[in-house]
Ligand binder design. Structure first.
Ligand code: G3H
Ligand code: ZN
Length: 281
């Protein structure tokens, strides 16, 4: 059943655990993510990035409608989140297209410009009932480079959250976007200091590059929303490649998309169990 992101995150946080937020590019992604969540019997967040909207010819409505319908038909709570939004115009389309939340990404700007741009969209978003996440520091990796970005400073983060009114904060603590290997090391001391300084839930981006033990430690340390994209695409593309390599006469896309969806669902179920298991540890 569709459930606003804010509710899913608040429940995970009060249970002392984390929740997975997975990137949707195609309809098969949304189906696989929800199937994985149903297999695990756990809530999940579907997120569509501005880049994914660009892939769909810049049209938000069709992919949003599909994801929202898949969320509504699910047997577990499923949130719908618009991710890494840099365009104010796209931000303003979120609520009307069925999203409960948006991540507004002004992390390329300096502190003061990030703060004022974010404060303005938070005001507009809250007026429409949206839960708004933003980023301070720079997780990096979206442009292909995996050099460590600018880490989030706890005192700055506290002042930024108070001034902007954001509902959740994405922080730079050692992860980086689009890593195909799981070799990232997180700064757990920084996570602890951010958790102590910041009253809103913390969000980990670039989680595909973070090994399981580091993810578990991050959730125990206070990260709540855990964003995963590339790991799903690795599972999806690996399964497609295997199907095509093994059958030169295969032409019906349903054959290889079905195995890709199954592989992706298995990855999602495993990640959700991992993030939730930390609650009882
Ligand atoms: O916002 C999306 C995530 O940060 C996904 O990052 O593709 O590196 O897992 P990832
Ligand atoms: Zn991200």
């Amino acid at each position: 059943m569709y459930t606003p992101t804010g509710e899913i995150v608040a429940r995970a946080r009060s249970a002392g655990g984390g929740v997975g937020a997975f990137n949707v590019i195609t309809v098969e992604h949304a189906e696989a993510i929800v199937t994985g969540a149903e297999q695990a019997g756990l809530p999940v967040i579907l997120q569509i990035s501005e880049n994914a909207v660009r892939f769909h010819h810049g049209r938000l409505a069709p992919i949003a409608a599909a994801a929202r319908a898949i969320a509504e038909a699910a047997t577990v709570p499923v949130g719908l989140h618009l991710d890494h939004v840099e365009s104010d115009d796209l931000f303003d389309q979120a609520a009307a297209n069925g999203f409960g939340s948006v991540m507004y990404d002004a992390s390329r700007l300096g502190y003061a410009a990030n703060l004022s741009a974010t404060a303005a969209v938070v005001r507009r978003g809250h007026a429409q009932g949206l839960w708004v996440e933003s980023e301070l520091g720079e997780v990096g990796g979206k442009d292909g480079a995996h050099a460590p970005g600018v880490r989030t400073d706890p005192a700055e983060a506290a002042a930024y959250v108070a001034a902007t009114g954001v509902d959740a904060l994405a922080v730079a603590v050692g992860s980086s976007h689009a890593m195909a290997s799981r070799t990232a090391r997180l700064d757990h001391d920084l996570i602890a200091r951010l958790r102590a300084a910041v009253p809103v839930p913390l969000v980990l981006h670039g989680s595909s590059g973070v090994p399981d033990d580091e993810l578990v430690a991050a959730v125990r340390g206070g990260m709540v929303k855990i964003n995963i994209g590339t790991a799903l695409n690795s599972a999806f593309t690996g399964a497609v490649r295997e199907s095509l390599d093994g059958n030169a006469t295969l032409v019906d896309p349903r054959r290889y998309l079905a195995s890709a969806r199954t592989a992706m669902a298995t990855t999602v179920a495993g990640a959700l169990r991992l993030l939730t298991a930390t609650t009882t540890a």
